[in-house]
Design a protein around this ligand. Structure first.
Ligand SMILES: [Zn+2]
Ligand SMILES: [Zn+2]
Length: 254
């Protein structure tokens, strides 16, 4: 399994793109950036977008990806936007609503650019060549983390979350688990903000580690660019052999 980091951050900065991972060139896990990291031809290979929640730093890339599919190249199968029902409802009502952006699930009428696929929480489902289990995590809006595997190797993607339980429990015992992709948004001094916004700080990640499936590397994403140096320094004190920050534009092989 190959995971290409299109966007490693929890917002946009100079050279820093919001959260998006591309698995095996065909499946997005979140879509905070797409066109800013891929050629048109690469964008057009994408078949599915697995979406954790509807915050803009996880979905704004869908707006421009749908245009690429609509305008560039030959007609193709619609892009599947996959997520749990409250997340898809938020995309329908808050993004692709013909106000914020055209409703590409209806456009063009003869062959719409995208379609929605509702995933069921806590159930393993097939998505392209992967198996995906959405598990509710602890954020300010309905949000899923995902357990993803291809039958031999896999990873856990936390989604945006504060301290949580169920997804770690669900991931325990998964064979071939090679990475835990875990969010961190704020430095330790902003713990009160992390409380109200439902995010992690380095101290919280240190406290979360004993709950995680043991021995699996932890890759940190979603650092807010405004605090990058401070957070990186705090993270480096946890367990450098296990906890590292994901590198944007790198392709990881599991
Ligand atoms: Zn976010
Ligand atoms: Zn969020």
């Amino acid at each position: 399994m190959k995971i290409r980091v299109l966007g490693a951050y929890g917002a946009e900065g100079l050279g820093q793109r919001p959260t998006a991972f591309l698995v095996n060139e065909r499946i997005l896990v979140d879509a905070g950036t797409v066109g800013g990291a891929l050629t048109c031809a690469e964008q057009r290979l994408i078949q599915h977008a697995l979406i954790s929640h509807a915050h803009l730093d996880h979905v704004v890339g869908l707006a421009f990806l749908t245009e690429t599919i609509a305008f560039a190249g030959e007609a193709r199968e619609p892009l599947t936007i996959a997520g749990v029902e409250p997340v898809l409802d938020a995309l329908r009502g808050g993004v692709f609503n013909n106000v914020g952006w055209p409703d590409f699930a209806q456009i063009p009428s003869e062959a719409p650019v995208m379609k929605y696929r509702t995933l069921v929480e806590d159930v393993e489902q097939r998505l392209g060549d992967l198996w995906v289990t959405p598990v509710a995590v602890n954020h300010s809006v309905p949000t899923s983390g995902f357990i993803v595997h291809d039958g031999s190797t896999g990873f856990v993607f936390s989604g945006d979350t504060g301290p949580t339980e169920a997804i770690w429990k669900a991931a325990r015992g998964l064979r071939g688990l090679r990475a835990i992709i875990l969010e961190c948004a704020y430095p330790n001094r902003l713990a009160a903000l992390a409380d109200v916004a439902y995010h992690m700080t380095p101290e919280r990640i240190a406290a979360e580690l004993p709950k995680l499936p043991p021995g699996v590397p932890v890759w940190i994403y979603h650092i807010k660019p405004q605090f990058y140096d401070e957070i990186a320094e705090e993270l480096s004190r946890i367990d450098p052999a296990r906890v590292s920050i994901v590198e944007q534009d790198k392709t990881y092989s599991l």
